[in-house]
Design a protein around this ligand. Structure first.
Ligand SMILES: [Zn+2]
Length: 496
């Protein structure tokens, strides 16, 4: 993982130094927030936060199961209520500073339109492979009512090139009133919530290896990113802001406050493991400006060790969380909103299903078979009715049927799903392409471009009008080749 949020913030601050002045005023005001605005809706002594997951996917592994989402939510609740077993690993000096945040996250049961929801939405969108804050804006439910979690395959920040093999586990742009959030989002208040990789949610399913690394004995990416959502900074925040001329996160006269929290000792830079083992708690002390001089709190959730090496939010961090719950996030846990989002009802509720499916492949030679997979969500269906024009069988009640196609042509597939609450259907016209084996070519197949009508002979899907172009500048044989100019059409969020 890399410190993408640091790098991006440094770029934003370098581009607009006035952010620093706004940040300082904001932090001064935040320190003065008291409980006057605070709603007092405690449920079993906890602040309950309605949560909605938006899973952005292309029917791949990133379309994680409901079970994995629930596992992620369970682990979040454990950490935010200091029920984590590894709190015993906290350095003794810091154990009395470990905070019980008394926050409970619950899946929303009522959507913004008043309809039944499972709180887990699924959207087919290739943006999942280059997701950034725009993805959040595209799918967010009102952030004053729901904590939005956006689950994606790969996070790719605008204007930033990631080194080979590097990846970003998650990002969250702080609450909207924070000038640093505005620097990141341009003031788009729908860019609020947590953007996170699918393998950063929970510890089962795809999360058994975060980014292909076998480090997920206990994954804390979700805990860390929700910390940012509640306005927590990294312990090395000075470094992030580029406040100091030297490349150091330790405090000095010009930047005394670090992460704006008193009980997390100052830290020079991110504590990052280079192996699968944790640093020994209390074994690092990268800044000596604190008095008394204390070791780094390397086990803090907001530092950068592997998740299983972190185990604490501090009481000072909880003060910031509380200030955020009294400010930007105060609507979320109001009684009115708990009713509106349905989270006071903890019984299992079945909603009407939303029909969805995908095929293992869409092109096939005559005589071949295709596996179809149910991807319905929101409410588990108890009955499936598939229609396969041109297929054998042409009707199926299986959950995931296999269908043979014997006659060349282009065919429609539809799925209807039912449960006791209702039904839904989805129709894909011109979906399955069955090709005549008599028209097949022998390998190796070569194509020349000396005389060709590009637009009509090659399919291309591109939303910024880049298309096939002929070139004489390069060729393997003959005198021409074709290319797509993506260099000039490389708008963030575009696809082809
Ligand atoms: Zn972070």
């Amino acid at each position: 993982m890399i410190q993408a949020d640091d790098i991006i913030l440094q770029q934003k601050v370098a581009g607009d130094p006035s952010i620093i002045a706004k940040y300082m005023i904001y932090e001064d005001n935040l320190r003065m927030i008291n409980d006057q605005n605070k709603t007092d809706t405690l449920i079993n002594g906890k602040r309950v936060i309605p949560v909605v997951f938006h899973i952005i996917h292309v029917y791949g592994a990133e379309n994680i199961s409901d079970a994995q989402v629930l596992d992620g939510l369970d682990r979040l609740n454990i950490d935010y209520n200091k029920q984590n077993a590894d709190t015993a690993d906290t350095y003794p000096l810091f154990q009395s500073r470990a905070a019980d945040c008394e926050i409970e996250f619950r899946l929303a049961k009522i959507d913004p339109y008043g309809n039944c929801t499972s709180g887990i939405l699924r959207h087919y969108d290739p943006q999942t492979n280059f997701a950034y804050f725009q993805t959040m804006s595209d799918y967010a439910w009102p952030p004053s009512k729901y904590m939005n979690i956006f689950v994606v395959n790969f996070i790719y920040p605008e204007g930033m090139s990631l080194p080979d093999g590097a990846f970003i586990g998650g990002m969250s742009p702080f609450p909207p009133s924070n000038p640093l959030s505005q620097a990141l989002t341009g003031g788009d208040t729908l860019m609020d919530g947590v953007l996170i990789r699918h393998d950063g949610i929970g510890a089962i399913g795809t999360a058994t290896t975060l980014g292909g690394m076998p480090i997920n004995a206990l994954n804390r990416t979700f805990t860390h990113e929700t910390g940012h959502y509640f306005n927590l900074y990294h312990p090395f925040q000075n470094l992030m802001l580029g406040l100091l001329p030297a490349a150091s996160g330790c405090p000095d006269f010009f930047a005394p406050d670090g992460d704006e929290v008193d009980d997390t000792p100052p830290v020079d830079a991110a504590t990052q493991n280079t192996s699968a083992s944790c640093f020994v708690p209390g074994s690092r002390n990268t800044c000596d400006q604190d008095n008394p001089d204390e070791p780094d709190m390397i086990e803090n959730y907001m530092d950068y060790q592997w998740g299983f090496c972190t185990n604490i939010f501090s009481n000072g961090q909880l003060d910031r969380i509380n200030a955020t719950l009294s400010g930007d996030r105060n609507m979320l846990w109001s009684y009115e909103n708990l009713v509106a989002t349905g989270v006071l009802d903890t019984s299992a509720v079945l909603c009407e299903p939303v029909a969805d499916f995908f095929a293992e492949k869409e092109y096939i030679c005559a005589g071949g078979s295709i596996n179809f997979f149910d991807a319905s969500y929101n409410g588990h269906p108890d009955t499936y009715v598939w229609y396969f024009s041109g297929g054998n069988p042409s009707i199926s009640n299986d959950t995931n049927p296999t269908v043979q196609y014997n006659t060349p042509g282009i065919y429609e597939v539809s799925l209807m799903v039912f449960n006791t609450e209702g039904s839904d259907s989805v129709v894909r016209t011109d979906y399955i392409n069955v090709m005549d084996t008599a028209l097949s070519y022998d390998a190796p197949y070569t194509e020349s471009f000396e005389s060709i009508t590009l637009a009509s002979e090659f399919d291309l899907f591109n939303d910024v009008a880049a298309t096939w172009e002929l070139s004489s500048a390069a060729y393997y044989s003959g005198s021409k080749s074709v290319y797509i100019n993506n260099f000039d059409g490389n708008i963030n969020g575009s696809y082809d």
